[in-house]
Design a protein around this ligand. Sequence first.
Ligand SMILES: *[C@@H]1O[C@H](CO)[C@@H](O)[C@H](O)[C@H]1NC(C)=O
Ligand SMILES: *[C@@H]1O[C@H](CO)[C@@H](O)[C@H](O)[C@H]1NC(C)=O
Ligand SMILES: *[C@@H]1O[C@H](CO)[C@@H](O)[C@H](O)[C@H]1NC(C)=O
Ligand SMILES: *[C@@H]1O[C@H](CO)[C@@H](O)[C@H](O)[C@H]1NC(C)=O
Ligand SMILES: *[C@@H]1O[C@H](CO)[C@@H](O)[C@H](O)[C@H]1NC(C)=O
Ligand SMILES: *[C@@H]1O[C@H](CO)[C@@H](O)[C@H](O)[C@H]1NC(C)=O
Length: 522
Amino acid sequence: MISLLCLSLLATVAALTVTIPSAPGSGNAPSISRSLVSLSIEQDRWPEWAGTSSENRFFLNTLENLNAITGAPPDIRIGANSEDHTQFSAQVEAPQYADVIFPAPTAIVPYPEALNITVGNAYYQLADHLPKGTHVIWGVNFGSFNLTAAVLEAKAIMNAFYSPPFKAAGVTLDYLEIGNEADLYANNGLRARSYSSSQYVQEWTTFASNISDAVKLNSTGTRFLVGSFAGSSSKTTGFSPQAIYSEGVLDSVPGSLIAAFSEHHYSGSFCTGNGGLLQDLMTKSTIRSNLTIYMTDIIATHEENLDYILGETNSYACHGAPGVSNTAGAALWALDYALFASQIGISKVFFHVGIGFKYSLIQPVALSRSTLDGSPLSSPLPPHIQPPYYAALIACELRGSEKDARIAEIKVDDARIAGYAAFENDRLVRAVFINSQAFFEVNNASRTSVHLDLAFSGTRPRKMTIKRLAIGYADDVSGLTWGGQTYETVDGRVGGKLQLESNLVDYGVDIAETEVVLLSFT
Ligand SMILES: *[C@@H]1O[C@H](CO)[C@@H](O)[C@H](O)[C@H]1NC(C)=O
Ligand SMILES: *[C@@H]1O[C@H](CO)[C@@H](O)[C@H](O)[C@H]1NC(C)=O
Ligand SMILES: *[C@@H]1O[C@H](CO)[C@@H](O)[C@H](O)[C@H]1NC(C)=O
Ligand SMILES: *[C@@H]1O[C@H](CO)[C@@H](O)[C@H](O)[C@H]1NC(C)=O
Ligand SMILES: *[C@@H]1O[C@H](CO)[C@@H](O)[C@H](O)[C@H]1NC(C)=O
Ligand SMILES: *[C@@H]1O[C@H](CO)[C@@H](O)[C@H](O)[C@H]1NC(C)=O
């Protein structure tokens, strides 16, 4: 009894010394893009994200919040599953933008992707609503294997982005994507059962040649990204970057216009959630093992001088597991996931979002049925952010707005605590710690904390401010505060008064179960 009591007391006052690097060091602290945290949007309901006759102010405010922190809005990829179900017709004009046919909602997937979508020029032109400085990736249909349709879509996209309103809006198209998750085509009926990566390379090259000729791509403007695979064999057989490079995808004339490889990744496919599943998602080691599986792919891609991105990612398939993907715990997952990705050569992490999807960072329009089980809501739920949006804010605040910004993982000898240090112009400026022990109401034990004693590899800063992501329980879906402030507001802008603690670095900092602390050194 006594020893058990002592153990539990020890647990509540556990202390841990962490050594924060005082300088980026050689090669250990990669440069971080201002848009490390970016978004992938399911394109069937794109006009509602952008807003049609007027901008969708709520959505744009959530992007502007991030822009104000780093000096650049998140990149936006538009496409995904519905990209391969999109046809083009010049007859579809404003105020219609898109003809969309949806399947019936189900309890598991209350907001399903469209079966068919037909778009016209006006649909693409809505992207000039995005914040100034936004970089975009747009996908064209490859799944239907209709070259005419893909070329028409690419022409409409390029006509929009190279028109005067887009130049004035400062919205640029970095990449055209040709198809979504072609490695699944053999299973989902879009190709023969025998579909292989070499057939993909051959077909991709044909589509890219025609598109490139039709819209006159060159090495200084919009280029191609390739891949967008759902998984990877990481070998030269099966679908992987290694396979398509060895099969010559880069060697053709349009292949020379490929500048990036895009991988898609979900941590798993669970259509119902539970507390154990949420803890698995948040766990430091599973976050790392979900990303390090791509190490050889990343190296192979960098050897070809291409950028490597996670072009579509989020927690669990089925648009997220209820009680898991839509919770505060998922915010801690998303933060550690994006920051760890940056450490292994992934330049940008595009979190997938869709209207009504459980894992969306943002719900940009009012919802009339539950995202969790599809049941009708007694009154519409107005536009709102979901907990993982805080991960985007915190990653941006850690990085800051300087051009020369680097982040290094802090080695923390604890299975539940992750840390990262941020440098501006080689100077240590901030550190973030994440305690991924999931704290639930059902346990209702007193919440433990870990006391972090701060050591430094070089010069020791004297003072710091502490900003906390305060969370009730890991499975809370609202009520989080960041430095005492909330983004659960009518317009998506910050509300409430900023609350920071100031302390001597010598005192260290306590971090509770299911909490994030951001330290800014002065
Ligand atoms: C969707 O489009 C395909 C191909 O264009 C067509 O064959 C099919 O009938 C359409 N489905 C619906 C439900 O309209
Ligand atoms: C594709 O390119 C070939 C060769 O230039 C051309 O003959 C054909 O008409 C093009 N097809 C489409 C759909 O643009
Ligand atoms: C291919 O796309 C074009 C343009 O949208 C359309 O006119 C044509 O019917 C499509 N072909 C097939 C076989 O669906
Ligand atoms: C390259 O292509 C872009 C469109 O992608 C165009 O705006 C630009 O003028 C082109 N540059 C050259 C040098 O041809
Ligand atoms: C990814 O994380 C999930 C937990 O979210 C875990 O079940 C799965 O095994 C992990 N996958 C890999 C490849 O590590
Ligand atoms: C949890 O503990 C608090 C304080 O001890 C108590 O007020 C509350 O009712 C408990 N909640 C549950 C669900 O048991």
